[in-house]
Design a protein around this ligand. Structure first.
Ligand code: FE2
Length: 277
């Protein structure tokens, strides 16, 4: 067993510094800016300005698995539903198929360094199923409640593993990740899935609250990759600082595991690729 795998199995997460070069991190942020300014906000007004807000937003979200879709901070709209800042600075995240659809993101998602890391972690059967660019802009970037990634990418048996890249230094001030070493030694609490007849629901599997004692801030430098076990409870606080905290997250699952048809994310599984394109 490699040192990396041993550490990952012990803690439920693994911090790998300098996995991505600074220039590659900058490139992803620049590309996000480009994509967001090319996004037709007016053409998508209905998503943010409908009386049946939750359903329309839900549909947009549910159909984003094989697209590049844009999600905004809730505080970025005025009462009339207009953005109160430029589209880039209003973004919460972009997802969920950047790794397949955009050449800049695809290259980043299949770097030699990442291929080596995946090999060290014995992930030869894992495929890239989802990617997200998370902005967490200065002052407006919201918190992400404590959760387990396997809630959203459920397989039988559980196999979800995330690769979270700090595209900028992540500190407590700008909302770094928090987790507890060994926190993955627990059960899956819930499963986010599609409801019959449309929409989504959170199915509770175990209502025991997460053990929050011992959570530590994972403050990391730009270019660091944090590998996350799908069972590891983790969260991040709002960004109250004057500095953004861009991150890019790729999620993978084992191709040989069962992937239920009512998982929120439905993609053509035959088309899924690993870290080597
Ligand atoms: Fe997460």
């Amino acid at each position: 067993m490699t040192d990396r795998l041993q550490q990952f199995k012990k803690d439920g997460f693994l911090i790998v510094e300098n996995l991505a070069e600074a220039t590659a991190c900058d490139e992803l942020i620049a590309r996000t800016k480009e994509l967001s300014f090319a996004y037709d906000v007016e053409g998508h007004r209905s998503i943010f300005q409908t009386r049946d807000q939750s359903k329309t937003t839900d549909d947009y979200f549910l159909n984003s698995g094989d697209k590049i879709a844009f999600f905004f901070e809730k505080d970025a709209f005025d009462k009339e539903g207009n953005l109160n800042r430029d589209v880039f600075h209003a973004l919460n995240k972009v997802g969920h198929a950047l790794h397949d659809l955009d050449p800049v993101f695809s290259r980043f998602s299949r770097s030699v360094q990442l291929q080596e890391l995946a090999a060290d972690l014995n992930l030869s059967h894992h495929v890239l199923i989802q990617s997200m660019l998370i902005c967490k802009h200065a002052r407006i970037g919201g918190e992400v409640d404590v959760h387990q990634d396997s809630t959203f990418l459920y397989t039988e048996p559980g196999s979800c593993i995330g690769f979270w890249f700090a595209l900028e230094d992540a500190t407590q001030e700008n909302g770094c990740l928090w987790a507890k070493p060994g926190g993955h030694q627990t059960s899956l609490r819930s499963r986010f899935r599609r409801k019959e007849g449309g929409g989504t629901m959170m199915e509770v599997l175990n209502d025991e609250p997460y053990a929050m004692d011992g959570m530590i801030p994972l403050e990391v430098k730009k270019g660091t990759c944090i590998v996350l076990d799908g069972l590891l409870p983790h969260y991040s606080l709002p960004n109250t600082s004057g500095r953004s905290r861009f991150a890019y997250a790729i999620h993978t699952v084992d191709q040989n595991c069962i992937y239920p048809a009512d998982n929120w994310l439905q993609v053509d599984r035959e088309q899924l690729k690993g870290f080597v394109a």
